[in-house]
Design a protein around this ligand. Structure first.
Ligand code: BEZ
Ligand code: FE2
Length: 404
């Protein structure tokens, strides 16, 4: 048994002081004062001036794209998407084992212990399993050409079942439908039948760009030329509300939703789906800023994610939380910082893992963060954590210590 003693413990809803945390067998066994008196044989780790908080959950990223730095064009969504299509066959192999391991180390060392990993090809599977992180591994289906549906579906099934072999307490095989503009209705329906049968979590990119809004509503806008050029297609394959209805009764992470309309948000709320907000990715691809008021008005749960290095410059959740803080200036900094941190940790449970809160029985997935020495008002800790942390000093993954 090990006892961790720090100046602050974030549960994360509450800030506790004078309280220790005992871990054993990779799990939290107890939280309380003076635990070394109760467990005199335990090893004591003392972290003065530090806070212990749960590891982060980054619910949406693409490990396969981790080799990208400046290959893909940022600034405009359609220009970016064309660059993805032009370069993906070379970019994906460039993320070899060493690149995947580097990306996972970046994720872990910046305090994230749970991820939602979208995989289009499956080459990242073993690295994801070996990472020891809690992984919701979303095998993704993409393809708008009905002629290729059978091949695409059998490839998807193969990837899904290959992932399923690794299922356990730290790994869940899940289903991702790329988006309503890139997945044919029939293909989405079939993949979602599997998700329903297998009771998996589902992920969907939805209403990321103005171009997607205009194309799906009225076959117009910047996607018109794109679809003519790449796919010889003049009409959108789906209407958005009808497409969303396919996700009835499926626990779905709806990613982006910046351009979702009221009826779509009403349906998302009614179905109990949750929204994943990727503020830096949205900003870099010219997609604008998600209006969180429209989510809050409907009590739609949301949390923050980095998206992949295909549309971001780091997989560090502290970087993302800082960006979120500054991209939503209308929310009071102190309460919004707490809201962001609570969601960024507790979402591990939404992804299906016993992690994300400091509770006995949960995995000991923790971060230990240095707190500014001159902190005066304890309640301001949440904000200062976001402002001053680049990486935690130590991360515990299932009770195993990483870092200094
Ligand atoms: C595809 O990869 O099949 C695809 C990508 C973007 C839009 C439509 C289809
Ligand atoms: Fe994404």
């Amino acid at each position: 048994m090990e006892i961790l003693k720090a100046s602050y413990l974030l549960t994360p809803e509450e800030i506790l002081q004078g309280v220790d945390l005992a871990i054993d067998g990779g799990r939290i066994v107890e939280i309380g004062p003076n635990l070394q008196e109760r467990y005199p044989k335990a090893t004591l780790h003392h972290y003065p001036g530090r806070a212990i908080l749960p590891g982060f959950c980054n619910p949406h990223l693409h490990l396969e794209f981790s080799a990208n730095r400046a290959t893909l064009s940022y600034g405009d969504f359609i220009v970016w998407l064309e660059s993805v299509i032009r370069h993906r066959e070379r970019l994906i192999p460039r993320c070899d084992e060493a690149c995947l391991e580097w990306a996972i180390e970046e994720i872990l060392s910046s305090g994230t212990t749970t991820i939602g990993a979208i995989s289009s090809y499956g080459g990242d599977l073993e690295a994801a399993v070996r990472s020891g992180l809690n992984v919701a591994y979303f095998s993704e289906i993409i393809g708008s050409n009905p002629g290729a549906a059978d091949i695409l579906y059998s490839d998807f099934l193969h990837r899904y079942y290959r992932a399923k072999k690794y299922e356990g307490e730290r790994f869940r095989a899940c289903v991702a439908i790329h988006s309503p503009y890139a997945v044919h209705y029939v293909l989405a329906k079939k993949a979602l039948e599997l998700a329903r049968k297998e009771e998996t979590l589902v992920s969907l990119h939805f209403m990321e760009s103005r171009a997607e809004r205009e194309w799906l509503d009225s076959d117009s806008g910047d996607f018109r030329q794109f679809f003519e050029k790449f796919l010889n297609q003049r009409k959108a394959a789906n209407r958005p509300l009808e497409f969303l209805q396919l996700f009835h009764d499926l626990q779905t992470l709806v990613v982006h939703s910046v351009w979702a309309n009221d009826a779509e948000l009403d349906l998302i709320a009614q179905e109990g789906h949750a929204i994943v907000h990727c503020p830096r990715s949205n900003r870099l691809l010219g997609n604008g800023v998600l209006d969180l008021d429209r989510l809050k008005a409907r009590a739609i749960p949301y949390s923050i994610a980095t998206d992949g290095l295909s549309s971001n410059y780091s997989l560090n959740m502290y970087d993302e939380l800082r960006a979120a803080l500054f991209l939503h200036p209308d929310y009071p900094a102190l309460s919004f910082a707490k809201e962001l941190l609570v969601q960024a940790t507790t979402w591990a449970k939404r992804l299906g893992f016993a992690s994300g809160t400091l509770e006995a029985g949960n995995f000991a997935d923790l971060q230990i963060v240095q707190i500014p020495e001159d902190l005066e008002v304890v309640e301001e800790l949440y904000l200062h954590l976001i402002l001053h942390t680049h990486k935690p000093e130590v991360v515990y993954l299932q009770g195993v210590r990483h870092g200094k």
